[in-house]
Write a protein that binds this ligand. Structure first.
Ligand code: ATP
Ligand code: MG
Length: 680
């Protein structure tokens, strides 16, 4: 007798459950998606014990009749897909017909559903995949699914569940994300007796951000919207060999991007505050993360990340969602096009907005490691009475921790150096503080400390005061731009290092070195494009000693250096003779610049022939030349030079920050000044 057997349904379902259900948040995700697919306008989620004990989701969607209610728990039973061709253009969040049977195989489930058209609704009870009862019930239109005792029959899996507070954090993050993608719908998340998320319908995403994260977060973000027609469809339909030549060509549709991005002065130490939605599905995608990082290249430091909420809309045929069981990853049919569209739209928005950084806001915006945007409503909660005295339970988790591996480090209890509840409620700075707490919850202690923002926060009252003031000011001056830089009146310098200038907006303080650095950086890149970086011949060649390993790196980047105005020849086995260099770069600065570029290039694994690496090398060289030839601090400038500097800065694409991401110009706004003098 053969050894191979077809697995019983219950076993197959549990295997599928292993892929899609690994914690309460993944159950919530599947049930929420079902409710959204059913056209619900109001969705209420109740959880107990972080969802370990109970998850109940009620919606007012289309509901199911009795036959469908039973069929829904069969494996591969779905109303969302009929033929294999449908797989090529999925417009619903679900399509695999696996979620309900998987969940029902590892929990006790009660389904109550009614279509509103049938005389009675249906109530189905299932435990561990076995149907226990099916009854008629008087119900109004919609569906309620209650999932209790998750993993009651799979103790090994139950062991991987984390503390209630951690599980609730994941559920909260998830509901928050879906609420962001659907501002027109009503979302409520209730944990035991308190409301964690309450988001009644609003007209715009901005209002939803306000509802969920508070006004200070909204003030830190700028809107972006872009659209581009697709030149061709990702999958031509019908395929060319079936095409009727007389049929008019199908419109391939367009790519649309809306969303919000952070001002350059707001920087995070990880990607956890970047949310990407494709056709309202929250996804993780390296390609789009890369596009976002590229948009911010040389605007924020390479080690920092922005806050971005990105909603991409495209014809369903353009994106393959059938690549990951939990449907959190997708594949784009025209991936380069989408990557470039996202990068260019964000970059253009940044260039156009040119947001001015407030003086106090910049003080409080040192790169922070907060893991995500934290719902304002939750940060004001005192925490669950029994399990979580610090109130950390309501901290949101990030998108990447959506489906965390069971190998996550155990939760580490954190004591905050201040009383979070007494801080400015719902403000951005509370949120960072809460975020830090959450970061510590999910990361080993060493890692959390390294992030360094704990130290910032621990500085205590002064910092908190500044932060609070900054949050307020920030909210007021969110629309101040750097467009008027050119018309500012320079008054003088502070310690020969910072230019003080006045304008209608208030008092500006401009860092002369980084301002000049930005001007030179953009000029070098422009000149480099037309191969005209201005060079100067040195009176005497400069001899530079290198180590053998540095000589190898030099050989790799020599050509690019030459295009940037250098003329360098080997002079002995470990010596270079620099005969010409870009204008403004001489002596020790020239030597330091060369050493810097060579050292920075030592991490590059490949020859810089790949387009990406070449771009990175090019901007690195330009940034280094700019930095070493820019006006130094402690240099006296006459009024003409100061004016020239401001005028030239005004012409740059990114007058907000130097190529290394440091702020260039800070504004003490007129309002801020008036407030400080108690005039308003
Ligand atoms: N809240 C709901 N309201 C109305 N119908 C629902 C609801 N939840 C599930 N259904 C029906 O039950 C079917 C099975 O749901 P299930 O989540 O198992 O599969 P799916 O959503 O089709 O695909 P996936 O496994 O990718 O989620 C759905 O196709 C849908 O017809
Ligand atoms: Mg589903």
């Amino acid at each position: 007798m053969g050894r191979i057997r077809v697995l019983p349904d219950q076993v197959a379902n549990q295997i599928a459950a292993g892929e899609v259900v690994d914690r309460p948040a993944s159950v919530v995700k599947e049930l929420l998606e079902n409710a959204l697919d059913a056209g619900a306008m109001r969705i209420r989620i109740e959880v107990e014990a972080g969802g370990r004990k109970l998850i109940r989701i009620s919606d007012d969607g289309c509901g199911m009749n009795r036959d469908d209610a039973l069929l829904a728990f069969e494996r591969h039973a779905t109303s969302k897909l009929h033929t294999a061709d449908d797989l090529l253009s999925i417009a619903t969040l679900g399509f695999r017909g696996e979620a309900l049977p998987s969940i029902a195989s590892v929990a006790r489930v009660t389904l109550e559903t009614a279509t509103g058209d049938d005389p009675a609704g249906t109530r189905v009870e299932i435990a561990g995949g076995k149907i226990l009862h099916v009854d008629d019930a008087a119900l109004s239109r919609g569906t309620t699914l209650a999932v209790s005792d998750l993993f009651f029959n799979t103790p090994a899996r139950r062991k991987f569940l984390r503390a209630e507070s951690t599980e609730l954090a994941h559920v909260t993050a998830l509901v928050t994300h879906y609420a962001l993608a659907h501002p027109e719908k009503h979302f409520e998340l209730i944990s035991a007796t308190h409301t964690v998320v309450s988001a009644p319908p609003v007209a715009r995403t901005a209002e939803r951000i306000y509802q969920i994260f508070g006004k200070d977060t909204l003030a830190q973000l700028l809107p972006v919207a872009a659209e581009t027609p697709l030149a061709r469809a990702g999958i031509p339909e019908p395929p060319p060999w079936k095409k009727d030549p007389d049929e008019p060509a199908r419109d391939p549709g367009s790519l649309r991007l809306t969303g919000f991005y952070s001002k350059p002065e707001l920087q995070k130490l990880n990607r956890n505050s970047i949310y990407i939605f494709v056709n309202k599905r929250l996804i993780r995608d390296r390609l789009l993360l890369h596009a976002i990082t590229e948009a911010y290249r040389n605007v924020i430091p390479p080690t920092s990340f922005p806050v971005v909420l990105l909603f991409l809309e495209m014809p369903p045929e353009e994106v393959d969602v059938n690549v990951h069981p939990a449907k959190t990853e997708v594949r784009f049919r025209q991936s380069t096009l989408i990557h470039d569209f996202v990068r260019d739209s964000l970059r253009t928005a940044l260039i156009q907005a040119r947001p001015a950084a407030g003086f106090l806001a910049a003080l409080g915006n040192a790169p922070a490691a907060s893991p995500s945007l934290i719902p304002a409503a939750t940060s004001a909660l005192p925490g669950s009475p029994d399990s979580d005295p610090e109130g950390l339970e309501s901290v949101g988790a990030d998108a990447e921790r959506f489906q965390p591996s069971p190998h996550l480090p155990p939760a580490i209890p954190v004591r905050l150096p201040f009383d979070p509840v007494s801080m400015n409620r719902g403000g951005w700075f509370d949120q960072q503080a809460w975020g830090d707490a959450a970061a510590a919850l999910f990361h080993p202690p060493g890692e959390a400390l390294q992030d360094g923002c704990g130290a910032n926060l621990a500085e205590g009252a002064v910092f908190q005061e500044a932060a609070r003031a900054a949050a307020q000011v920030e909210a007021e001056q969110s629309d101040t731009t750097l467009n008027h830089l050119g018309s500012l009146r320079p008054m003088g310098q502070l310690r020969d290092s910072f230019i003080l200038a006045t304008g209608d907006d208030g008092l500006w303080i401009i860092d002369q070195h980084v301002a000049h650095e930005r001007i030179l950086f953009e000029k070098i890149l422009r000149d480099r494009q037309v191969e005209q970086v201005q060079r100067q011949r040195l009176l005497m060649p400069l001899l530079v000693e290198l180590k053998a390993s540095q000589m190898v790196i030099f050989a790799r980047i020599a050509e690019e250096l030459e295009r940037n105005g250098f003329e360098v020849e080997p002079f002995g086995p470990q010596t270079l003779a620099v005969k010409a260099a870009p204008v403004g770069l001489e002596g020790a600065a020239l030597e330091r610049m060369l050493a810097e570029v060579i050292d920075q290039s030592s991490g590059d694994s490949q020859e810089p022939e790949h387009n990406e690496d070449l771009m990175a090398l090019r901007t690195r060289i330009a940034a280094s030349i700019a930095c070493h030839s820019a006006i130094k601090v402690n240099t006296a400038l006459d009024p003409v030079r100061m004016e020239w500097l401001l005028l030239e800065l005004a012409k740059t694409s990114h007058p907000t920050s130097c190529p290394h991401g440091r702020p260039i110009a800070l504004l003490y706004s007129w309002k801020e000044i008036q407030r400080a003098f108690h005039r308003i």
